[in-house]
Every structure is written in C-alpha cells, then in structure tokens.
Design a protein around this ligand. Structure first.
Ligand SMILES: *Cc1c(COP(=O)(O)O)cnc(C)c1O
Length: 363
C-alpha cells in the first residue's frame, strides 16, 4: 500500500464555482485562470469542470499546447504574453491570445510580421507596477499595435493591486477609464476579488482564478462565506500511529508542544514534504485546525517532513486508520493558510509531486 495521503479534485465544485463567478458578473465573459498548473490542481484534472468557461488564461506556452491537446478550441490567453520572437509562431499556430505589456513585445511583433490575425490584450499599468504600459504611454502603444495589419482585436487590460483590500480599486479604474476614453475595444480588468466585490469593474471580460478553486482572494475564509464557494481540492490522509501522553510529555522536534494533562495524540501521514506548511503552528496561542473523522481538532507540535501530530481529545474513538482531512470539505484551505501566515493560493500550488492525486467521480 502507498502512504494514505492523497489530494482529490472535485470537478462538480469547479463547475459550481464557475457558475458563482457568472452570477457575480452576468454581463461579462469569463477567462478562467489556470496558471501554475491550475493553481496546483492540474490542467488535465480541472478541464472537465471548467470547460463551460469562455476562455482560459495561463502563462506557459506548453500549458496552452496541453489545453489544445485536450480538445479546447476556444480562446486561450497568455497572461504574460511571449518572451522571445520565436514564440510568436507558436502563438499563431495554436491561435492564442497574447498579452502585450511592454515596448520589447511590440517591437518583436513589428519585426515578426506573422500571418495574422492575432488577438492581443494590451496591458496598462495603472498602479500595480508589475506589467504594463503607464497610462501616458498607453495610447501610443495602442496606435502602434493598431497600425500592424496582422493584429486583429485589441482588448484593453489591467490588473488590480487592492481589489481585496482597504485601498480598493477607484484610483486604478479612474486612470484606466481616463486613458481609454474614445478608444474602441473591449476591456478586461477583474481578478476574483473584483469579480466578487466590484461590479463596476466587470466590463466585457472578468479573470477569476482563486475563487474557481473555492478559496478567498483575501486568504480569509469568512470573507467569501456568503458566496457558497466549494473547495475544488481536498488533502486527506490517515492516522498511522497513536501515542498516550502523560502531563509534561512533549511532541515532536524541538519539543514545542507540552501536554498539560494526560491526552492521546494521533500521528498523521502528512508532512512538509507533501506540501503541508512547515510554519503551521501547533503550540502557543494559535493552533492549526485539522479534521479527524470529520471532527475538528488541532495540530500539535512541529510539522516534520513526513508526519504531523493531532490532538485526539475531541475524537476518543479515533485510532490507526482513521481518516484525516488536512483541508477540503468542512475545513477551508484558507483557515489552514491563515494559521500558517500565508494564503490558500500558496498552499494549493505547493502540494508536492509525491502526493497521489485523484479526480472525484460524479458529474
Ligand atoms: C493570476 C491572475 C488573475 C487571477 O487572480 P485571482 O486573484 O486568482 O483571481 C487574473 N489576472 C491576472 C493578470 C493574473 O495574473
């Protein structure tokens, strides 16, 4: 038998969450973002659940090719565009939509003279200061793109830095609208946070990522509770050992956790080499939540490479072989992330290659 740890992907949850995005932005078409191998879920594994989308957004040419090989005929958007002139031939061959965010990409397109028509999304930097033309350079970039006969449609694109936070989006939307005024073309602005919370930014296309996987853009599960997002992944394992502790006994490396009463702990086949965060706390004031046979309990001690320990006080009948949910139905990945000082995005992307992944049955 292999170790009992496994990740399970739920196509029905992906389909449900895509519908939530559609209900939030009923007038918009949806680019489902599947970069980073679909946020760690696997492009091949999420395809069935998300094929009702209008397009897929990702980063790597080889991911785009994998998507075409799965039979996807619709739009595919390269979120960072291309990196070398030779990429342009593949973009036309596979009918990809490319982001154009810098002078160098415009020049490569001018020199490549590909057989068009090429669809592009011209990216404006309205304050994120990652990719894009500054507003004062944007119209000139748009004129250059429009002058190339091999460029077909040009969508105006930008990305928010604070759609999930206090600063909000008004300053960026204002800069965007003032810059594109009177220019023809559709617009694409909204990540998950803006899709959920900023209807004024929905426009022609939205670009949700994290919400499709059932987690919160803020990293706080309660912030999306009202939207009924469902987890698209669970990470589960089993108890493989039990220890009876006396008061004063400690658990694991560094003896971080000390029992103050007699208690039972279960040792779970899951460690940081499986992608579980080593910073998950199991002592002091904060404990990381874990489900043992559906009952909520806490992780105790330090996470080690292959194992972690859980308090069995609330689950007296648990023993070797009892199922454990590290995250999934009943325990949001955001709760585990928040305890560990990170966000669900990072945990789902970090599930290790050694963890077997299966796709749940059903529609
Ligand atoms: C990753 C990404 C998104 C999706 O962001 P989420 O916060 O996961 O919804 C949208 N647009 C761009 C340009 C991105 O890089």
């Amino acid at each position: 038998m292999p170790r009992p740890i496994r990740a399970t992907i739920f196509p029905a949850a992906l389909r449900h969450n895509l519908n939530v995005a559609r209900r939030c932005a009923p007038q918009s078409r949806v680019w489902s973002i599947i970069k980073a191998n679909a946020y760690g879920h696997g492009i091949e594994r999420v395809f069935a659940g998300l094929r009702g989308t209008d397009g897929f957004g990702l980063l790597d040419l080889d991911e785009a090719v994998r998507l075409r090989e799965l039979g996807w005929e619709g739009p595919i958007l390269l979120l960072e565009g291309f990196f070398k002139p030779e990429d342009i031939a593949l973009i036309t061959q596979y009918r990809l939509t490319t982001t154009v965010h810098c002078e160098e990409q415009l020049r490569m397109l001018e020199q490549a003279r590909p057989a068009g028509p090429l669809s592009i999304q011209l990216k404006m930097n309205t304050g994120m200061n990652r990719l894009g033309f500054r507003p004062e350079q944007y119209r000139a970039a748009w004129e250059r793109a429009r002058a190339m006969p091999w460029i077909g449609s040009i969508v105006h694109m930008m990305h928010f830095s604070d759609a999930d936070g206090e600063r909000g989006i008004a300053h960026q939307v204002q800069a965007f609208d003032a810059t594109v005024v009177n220019l023809p073309g559709e617009a694409s602005l909204s990540n998950s946070a803006a899709t959920l919370w900023h209807p004024a930014a929905h426009r022609h296309w939205v670009r949700p990522g994290i919400m499709l996987y059932g987690a919160s853009p803020t990293g706080i599960a309660a912030d999306v509770a009202q939207f009924d997002l469902q987890p698209a992944m669970s990470l589960t394992s089993e108890i493989i050992g039990v220890q009876q502790l006396a008061p004063g006994d400690t658990v694991g490396y560094g003896s971080r956790f000390t029992a103050d009463t007699a208690m039972r702990i279960g040792v779970v086949a899951c460690g940081y080499a499986d992608g579980y965060p080593r910073h998950a706390p199991g002592w002091g004031d904060t404990f990381t939540p874990v489900l043992v046979d559906g009952t909520r309990t806490r992780m105790v001690g330090r996470v080690s490479m292959d194992m972690l320990a859980v308090d069995l006080t609330p689950c007296p009948s648990a023993g070797v072989g009892t199922p454990v949910t590290l995250w999934g139905e009943g325990l949001s990945i955001d709760e585990v992330a928040a305890a560990s000082g990170t966000i669900g995005y990072e945990l789902m992307c970090a599930v290790a290659p050694r963890v077997p992944v299966s796709v749940a049955d059903g529609d």
